[in-house]
Design a protein around this ligand. Structure first.
Ligand code: GLC
Length: 642
């Protein structure tokens, strides 16, 4: 049934119900007022002498509910639904006053007490006010649970996507999506700004690790799996279930294909080089390399997509009507809604009025403002009243947003699903994360059958700041936006894992700087090197060699160890050609997350190495970016010893 036919049907239903009402006393039914229910319970309207409006009837077809609600809305209520505000920038009262449709936690946006209960209280606290608006339209709350509910202390943190790319295991990725959805829904976050479906072509990009791979096919495969994981249960779409959340493939389109030096953004005093830059490829390449993951994600059920800061075809993506409306919504038939990135429309050339007009007319449906929501609402209202933004465009945007909110079941279960809090860091989730770590490891070298190590090894030296550092294991988007070194959240470090695995007779000595004094050579030295956490453009780096400190540490450990195992913790391939010469065995662990036991499982032979490189590995920096320079890689895409 076409949308036009559905609209006619709804009109017919309304006429019939009005005619029948004429037979009865013509009392206009007051809109139901809802007493805020206790969290996690479904909402039951306070009983009124007449039926609830159609849009509140969960048994009615969603299209009919949307049209019924839309027809009741004022312009202010419609524009409120298109407004997304960062949670520290608004009071619950203003959520009600301005009919705000969505709030978000930016990176690190946790409540003062970072516990599941405090998250649920915070979000439910806003929700109660949204439900008190005239039409009682629930908020949708979003966060970046990109490798588990990373902002939440005590969440299960999985390997970042680059590590999942190394697993090549869509079933695993789907199960991770499911576990992540449960831990997010427990806190009231029913919208996950994930997965990143970028196809990173230049590993100097600070968001390389958020992507699965340089290979379009692998990205498409895993992106679809993760979308299903967030939105399905037991392989069946279940978006209205209170334990599933909305997926958001991002950032549309071509964010991973920007050219070095094309970015002008400055982030935390760091001059970006690639992030938010210009995707300087022709349309054929854009369609061949960067678009397919969105097609796969839409087929998997994606109903929201976040637009990229980057530019293509001489325009900021947030101004790209051809790609956002003609291609994505038209050619690809995307039925969900488009959300902007954080304050991204402000980057469109021109004043704020033209930013708003340009982005909404280009096809943006919801704007992550995220601060000055009054200014955004005032500006868009003026643009509609001036005729610069057609009401039809507003209605299309709101129709898309409401359809998703009805599909999500938010009208029926608006509050955090606190019954799921016990699943956070549950044994099941920890075992899943440990499995993911095992499968993400890539073995680049193993001479003299160094690995697997014996649990009975007499003396093991462990060195490196990353060996005893949950924050460095997790990387960016963990507790803090940029991530943070140190014991930032519960988990198992590599050192903990080694100690938990070896025999009682084994001596394990740890020294961060690898100074073990006159203790003689260790049978095995394990040194952890790599990158400290970063996120987005802050991670754009021209030189991906190890730091001098790390290089010296490897040399020092070489002298103190009969056998030397190097473990790399990083968001991307690095130039480690010299260290590969020095090591007997070399393991790539990416950013594995909290469950470091998975590393020991494989180091000591409980499980085999199965990971394969999701990116070709460079010999030297002049060869980067490999997909463009065509230089011979040190290790090709797909390499990994068993
Ligand atoms: C950031 C990122 C985006 C994220 C959003 C909200 O700038 O570009 O991936 O979802 O803001 O945190």
């Amino acid at each position: 049934m076409t949308r036009k036919m559905l609209t006619l049907l709804t009109a017919l239903v309304t006429i019939v119900s009005l005619l029948s009402a004429c037979a009865a006393p013509t009392v206009t039914p007051p809109l139901p007022t809802f007493t805020p229910t206790s969290p996690a319970e479904t909402r039951t309207p306070v009983s009124t002498p007449t039926a609830s409006p159609l849009y509140l009837d969960p048994t009615a077809p969603i299209e009919a509910r949307v049209e019924d609600l839309l027809a009741r809305m004022t312009l202010a209520e419609k524009i409120g639904q298109m407004t997304q505000v960062e949670k520290n920038s608004i009071t619950p009262e203003d959520v009600k006053t301005y009919f705000i449709g969505s709030l978000l936690s930016g990176g690190g946006g946790s409540p003062p007490r970072n516990t599941p209960e405090s998250w649920a209280d915070m979000i439910d606290g806003f929700q109660e006010y949204a439900l008190q608006t005239r039409l009682g339209i629930p908020l949708i709350y979003g966060a970046d649970a990109v490798h588990g509910h990373g902002n939440l202390k005590g969440a299960t943190i999985f390997p970042h996507n680059i590590g999942l790319g190394a697993t090549r295991d869509p079933d695993l990725v789907e199960r991770i999506g499911r576990a992540t959805a449960i831990e997010a829904a427990a806190t009231g976050v029913y919208w996950n700004f994930a997965p990143v479906v970028a196809v990173p072509q230049d590993i100097r990009w600070g968001r390389t690790y958020e992507g699965y791979s340089q290979d379009t096919g692998l990205v498409s495969l895993l992106a679809a799996a993760y979308v299903r994981g967030l939105q399905n249960i037991g392989g069946v779409p279940a978006l209205s279930d209170p334990s599933t959340v909305l997926a958001t493939p991002k950032h549309f389109v071509g964010d991973g294909g920007t050219a070095w030096g094309s970015s002008t953004c400055i982030m935390m005093e760091h001059h970006c080089k690639l992030d938010q830059g210009v995707t300087d490829v022709d349309e054929a390449t854009l369609r061949a390399v960067h678009l397919p993951p969105y097609i796969a994600a839409i087929e998997a059920g994606a109903l929201s997509i976040m637009v990229s800061y980057s530019s293509w075809g001489g325009l900021k993506m947030h101004a790209q009507k051809y790609l956002l409306t003609d291609v994505l919504k038209g050619e690809l038939g995307f039925q969900g809604f488009l959300v902007s990135d954080w304050q991204a429309i402000d980057q469109i050339p021109g004043d704020y009025y033209s930013d708003v007009v340009t982005s909404i007319n280009a096809g943006l449906d919801m704007i992550m403002v995220p601060y000055d929501y009054k200014k955004f609402i005032r500006t868009l209202t003026a643009a509609v009243e001036a005729g610069d933004v057609p009401v039809e465009r507003i209605d299309d945007a709101v129709r898309r947003i409401l359809t998703v909110k009805f599909r999500l079941g938010l009208f029926e279960h608006p509050y955090a699903n606190r019954s799921l809090i016990s699943a956070i860091r549950s044994t099941e989730h920890l075992e899943l994360a440990r499995e993911a770590v095992r499968k993400s490891l890539v073995l680049l070298k193993n001479e003299g059958e160094t690995l697997p190590l014996s649990k009975e090894t007499a003396l093991i030296y462990v060195a490196g700041v990353g060996a005893d550092n949950i924050g460095m294991q997790c990387g960016g988007w963990t507790i803090e936006w940029q991530g943070k070194s140190g014991p930032i959240t519960p988990g198992t470090t590599i050192l903990d894992a080694i100690k938990a695995t070896v025999s009682a007779e084994t001596t394990v000595r740890y020294h961060r700087a690898g100074n073990f004094g006159e203790g003689g050579k260790a049978d095995v030295g394990i040194v952890v090197v790599g990158e400290l956490p970063y996120a987005e453009g802050v991670g754009d780096r021209e030189d991906l060699s190890l730091s001098p400190q790390d290089a010296e540490l490897v040399t020092r450990m070489r002298e103190q160890s009969e056998k030397l195992v190097v473990i790399l913790l990083s968001g991307r391939p690095m130039v480690v050609t010299e260290q590969l010469e020095q090591a007997d065995a070399f393991v790539v662990a990416w950013w594995p997350g909290t469950e470091g036991q998975g590393i020991a499982d494989v180091l000591f032979g409980a499980y085999p190495f199965t990971g394969k490189l999701p990116h070709a590995w460079p010999r030297a920096m002049e060869d980067v970016p490999l997909p463009r320079t065509g230089a011979a890689p040190l290790f090709p895409y797909g390499y990994g010893l068993d």
